[in-house]
Design a protein around this ligand. Structure first.
Ligand code: NAD
Length: 476
């Protein structure tokens, strides 16, 4: 496994200014994978300076040339997909199938935004008086700070880097400290295809707070693109406010999965297994609250329990395992605590829970029935392989419960297509899957409403987050 362990600043891999490092662990067995450079605040500011110096020439680089570099990243990462997947497995712990799926999804953003780089539009209008010409250009917003989580260490980085570079912005990436190796690998691919020095920089300050704050107060920074928890997102919005830095936020979710009366239960369980178990449940899009109609709840619970029982759990390095480890023992304990308290609150544990297998941050596939709406497990992002099922008797009640959350990222609805579509329209979320268990697609705008975020990633909307409109008025 080869991936840089240093900071990437102004085109050079280099250790932290004070030489400090932090360990990166394999969550499947707790072993140490690497000692990664811990960036000082000065390193982070040097990375912003490098990005600021590179901005003028990168933003003036012809879009076709930027596009070709992004396309070269797509080609190289496609060739090296197995290496990328192996790194993801090693430091994140997820199953191989999830890792190779993420590698493909992550790589796709380079192809998608290579195509978008040469399609940055503008606008031309006449004023109502007819004697003025209004030209609207879209220019790169400037230096962008990108902060990403550990659950999709490749895709969350590429979903930001690719549109930023396509738009003509230079960036400083701050990956999660649990998973810096994947991010470093991606950044090194950008270097290898010839992205100029300073355009992409990588820093890993530990703890993150003070250094990210310092970067957001650097006058060159004009954009913050964050993916992570709602809690940290709120903090960063406050930090960004001081210099009025434009902010895009992809935050937490608490996805409802609604099974309407008359739904095909077999299809619903098949979709539920994907919506729940993709990435071992550690996904902002993971189905978190199963609302199943009274008439179907027994059959649904039995079938999903059977499907969950068939899931094999173990290290992702063994490609036959369906479910890997959680990212850390702390995450595992968080999930275990939620399940234990749900049971104490009256939920019925039909599968899983309980003691942990020895070694590694594993938590078994778990099913809870008779969960009450509004209880802790129902209102908290579980981020693990736990299906918590609530029965409902009335569709309006299901819609009200689905909407009863601070989050609005994604929802799933299974049922007769016409009824499911009408329910989908009433759910307050940025994305709704109708009779499907997965929605992520580079061509679709990804993002949430309410406290799940601000802005959209991927698709033609995703590049707009890194562009600023400029109106030039011309006397005709
Ligand atoms: P997190 O919020 O703890 O951390 C995210 C990133 O922010 C990491 O790089 C972390 O080091 C950094 N960070 C933490 N505290 C900070 C601070 N005070 N100042 C600056 N940076 C700070 O989230 P996580 O645990 O890494 O990831 C899980 C969360 O991410 C979940 O809530 C999940 O729903 C969310 N997520 C959302 C999406 C989406 O697209 N909406 C996608 C993936 C994950």
């Amino acid at each position: 496994m080869t991936s840089p362990h240093d900071l990437f600043i102004d085109g050079q891999w280099r250790p932290a200014a004070d030489g400090r490092r932090f360990p990166v662990h394999d969550p499947a067995d707790g072993s140490e994978l690497a000692q990664f450079a811990a960036a000082t605040e000065a390193d982070c500011l040097a990375a912003v300076d490098a990005a600021a110096d590179a901005l003028a020439s990168w933003s003036a680089t012809p879009p076709r040339q930027r596009s070709e570099l992004l396309r070269a990243c797509f080609d190289l990462l496609t060739e090296e997909r197995e290496q990328l997947a192996a790194l993801i497995v090693a430091e994140n712990g997820k199953a191989y199938a999830d890792a190779i799926g993420e590698a493909a999804y992550a790589t796709e953003f380079f192809r998608w935004f290579a195509e978008e780089a040469v399609r940055i539009g503008g606008d031309f209008r006449l004023s109502p008086s007819g004697d003025k010409t209004i030209v609207v250009r879209r220019d790169p917003i400037g230096v962008a700070v990108l902060v990403t989580p550990w659950n999709f260490p490749a895709a969350m980085a590429t979903r930001k880097i690719a549109p930023a570079l396509a738009a003509g912005c230079s960036v400083v990436l701050k990956p999660a400290s649990q998973t810096p190796l994947t991010a470093a690998y991606v950044v090194d691919v950008l270097r290898r295809v010839g992205v100029p020095a300073g355009v992409v920089n990588l820093v890993t300050p530990v703890p993150a707070g003070p250094a990210v704050s310092a970067m957001l107060h650097h006058p060159a920074v004009r954009k913050l693109s964050f993916t992570g928890s709602t809690e940290v997102g709120r903090v960063l919005l406050h930090e960004a406010a001081d210099q009025v830095v434009s902010s895009s936020m992809e935050l937490g979710g608490n996805a409802p999965f609604v099974v309407l009366p008359g739904a095909d239960v077999e299809a619903a369980v098949e979709g539920a297994m994907v919506a729940k178990m993709r990435n071992g449940g550690s996904a902002c899009t993971a189905a978190n609250r199963f609302y199943v109609h009274d008439s179907l709840v027994d059959e649904f619970s039995t079938r999903i329990t059977t499907a969950m029982k068939a899931v094999t759990m173990g290290p992702g390095a063994d490609h036959s395992n369906d479910l890997g480890a959680l990212v850390s023992p702390e995450e595992r304990d968080k999930v275990a605590g939620l399940v234990d308290r749900a049971v104490a609150e009256g939920a019925n544990l039909t599968l899983g829970g309980g003691g942990q297998p020895s070694g590694g941050a594993f938590y078994p596939p778990t099913v809870l029935t008779d969960v009450k709406h509004g209880t802790e497990i129902n209102q908290t992002e579980i981020f693990g392989p736990v299906a918590a099922i609530v029965a409902f008797s009335d569709v309006d009640e299901a819609v009200a419960m689905a909407n009863d959350t601070i989050y609005g990222l994604i929802a799933y609805v299974y049922g007769d297509p016409a009824q499911a579509l009408s329910v989908a329209q009433r759910i307050d979320a940025g994305m709704v899957a109708v009779n499907r268990g997965v929605l992520s697609d580079p061509a679709a705008p990804f993002g949430g409403t309410k406290q799940s975020g601000l802005g959209r990633e991927g698709s033609s909307e995703g590049i707009l987050e890194f562009l600023e409109e400029k109106y030039i008025g011309i006397e005709v």
